[in-house]
Write a protein that binds this ligand. Structure first.
Ligand code: ATR
Length: 298
C-alpha cells in the first residue's frame, strides 16, 4: 500500500464559495500552481446555500484558510462579512477574492485585474487616454468600467439594453472618478450620445454581456450595420465559443480581437498572487495558459 502524502498535517485550504460551483475550473488551476511552486495548500470547491453564506465565510477564517474565491451569486453579498474590502472592490460593488491574514478577512476584486492584465498581454495596449465603448451595465461591466476609469481612460461610453442601468453605472464613475462616463440611448431619453456614435468614436469596444454566448452563437451585441474600423480593438468577455459572432464581425473588418479566456485565467492568477505574495513567472504562466486553454476547449 502506498501512503498518500499530498495532503498532510500542515496543509492549508484555498477554495471557492458559490452556487453552482461544479463547473469551476479554478481547483485545477490553483492546485496545479501549488504543485508547481511546492506550496502546501489544497483548493476545494464549496457549494454554499444563501442562508449559509455568513457561516461559510467566517468558517474559512476559523479554519485558517489561506484565502478563497467567491463566485456567482455571492460576489456582492459576501462583502458585508469581510473585515476590509479594497477601495477598488467597494467601487466595483463586488468581491471575488478573499485573503485570510492574521485572523482578518480582506476582500479584493481580481476580475477587473484579470481583464486588464489579459487585455494588455494580448494587445500590448493600455487604457490611458483611450475612448472606450462598454456594452452592458451589469456586474462584469461595473468592474471593467471602474478599472478603465482607474487606469486613465479618457472617455467611456456605456451601452445597455436597460438604459437606466447604464445611467446608474455612469454616475458611479462620474461621482467618484471625474466626469468621463456617458450612457447611450435615444435622444428622447436625454442621452447625449446614441449607440452608433459610441461605436464609431471608440478606440476599444468591450462586450460584457452574455449576447453571443453558447448556445446563442448567432447573436451579436453590435448591429451588423455598424462598420467597425481596423484601428479598433474589440474585446469580448465570452470565451465559449472562443470566437463569438462579434469577434468574427470585428475580424472581418481587420480589428484586433480578444476573447475572455485570458480574463478568466488572470483573475485566478492574481488571486493566487494575493494569497501567497508570490509573483508567478512569465514562462510558467505561458505554459500554464496553454494547458488551461486545453482544459477549457475539451
Ligand atoms: P454579469 O455579472 O455577467 O455582468 P448581470 O449583472 O446579470 O451579469 O448583467 C448582464 C448584462 O448583460 C446586463 O447589462 C444585461 O442587460 P440589462 O441590464 O438590460 O438586463 C445584458 N444582457 C444580457 N442578456 C442580454 C440580451 N439578450 N440583450 C441585451 N442585453 C443583455
Amino acid at each position: 500500500m502506498e501512503i498518500e502524502h499530498k495532503i498532510i498535517g500542515s496543509t492549508r485550504i484555498m477554495g471557492i464559495i458559490g452556487n453552482p460551483v461544479e463547473h469551476s475550473i479554478s481547483p485545477q488551476l490553483h492546485n496545479t500552481i501549488s504543485k508547481h511552486l511546492g506550496i502546501d495548500a489544497v483548493y476545494v470547491p464549496f457549494k454554499v446555500e444563501k442562508q449559509d453564506l455568513e457561516n461559510a465565510t467566517k468558517g474559512m477564517r476559523a479554519l485558517n484558510a489561506v484565502g478563497f474565491n467567491v463566485t456567482v451569486p455571492y460576489k456582492k453579498d459576501v462583502m458585508k462579512y469581510i473585515d476590509e474590502n479594497s477601495k477598488e472592490a467597494l467601487l466595483m460593488g463586488a468581491v471575488n477574492t478573499v485573503k485570510c491574514f492574521e485572523g482578518r478577512l480582506f476582500g479584493y476584486n481580481t476580475d477587473a485585474d484579470g481583464f486588464a492584465r489579459s487585455f494588455k498581454e494580448e494587445t500590448g495596449v493600455g487604457f490611458s487616454g483611450k475612448t472606450i465603448a462598454v456594452i452592458g451595465a451589469g456586474g462584469a461591466a461595473r468592474a471593467i468600467v471602474v478599472k478603465l476609469a482607474m487606469e486613465g481612460a479618457k472617455k467611456i461610453y456605456i451601452i445597455n439594453r436597460t438604459v437606466s442601468k447604464a445611467v446608474e453605472l455612469a454616475e458611479i464613475v462620474n461621482n467618484n472618478m471625474g466626469k468621463i462616463a456617458f450612457y447611450c440611448g435615444d435622444r428622447e431619453s436625454g442621452s447625449e450620445f446614441v449607440d452608433f456614435e459610441a461605436y464609431t468614436d471608440s478606440d476599444i469596444i468591450i462586450n460584457t454581456t452574455s449576447i453571443g454566448m453558447h448556445p446563442n452563437v448567432d447573436e451579436s451585441p453590435v448591429p451588423e450595420n455598424i462598420r467597425l474600423k481596423s484601428s479598433q480593438i474589440v474585446y469580448d468577455v465570452i470565451y465559449n465559443p472562443d470566437k463569438t459572432k462579434l469577434l468574427k464581425q470585428a475580424e472581418e473588418n481587420g480589428c484586433k480581437c480578444v476573447n475572455g479566456l485570458g480574463m478568466l485565467f488572470y483573475q485566478g492568477i492574481t488571486a493566487y498572487e494575493i494569497w501567497t505574495g508570490v509573483r508567478l513567472k512569465e514562462d510558467f504562466l505561458t505554459e500554464l495558459y496553454k494547458n488551461f486553454q486545453g482544459i477549457l476547449t475539451k
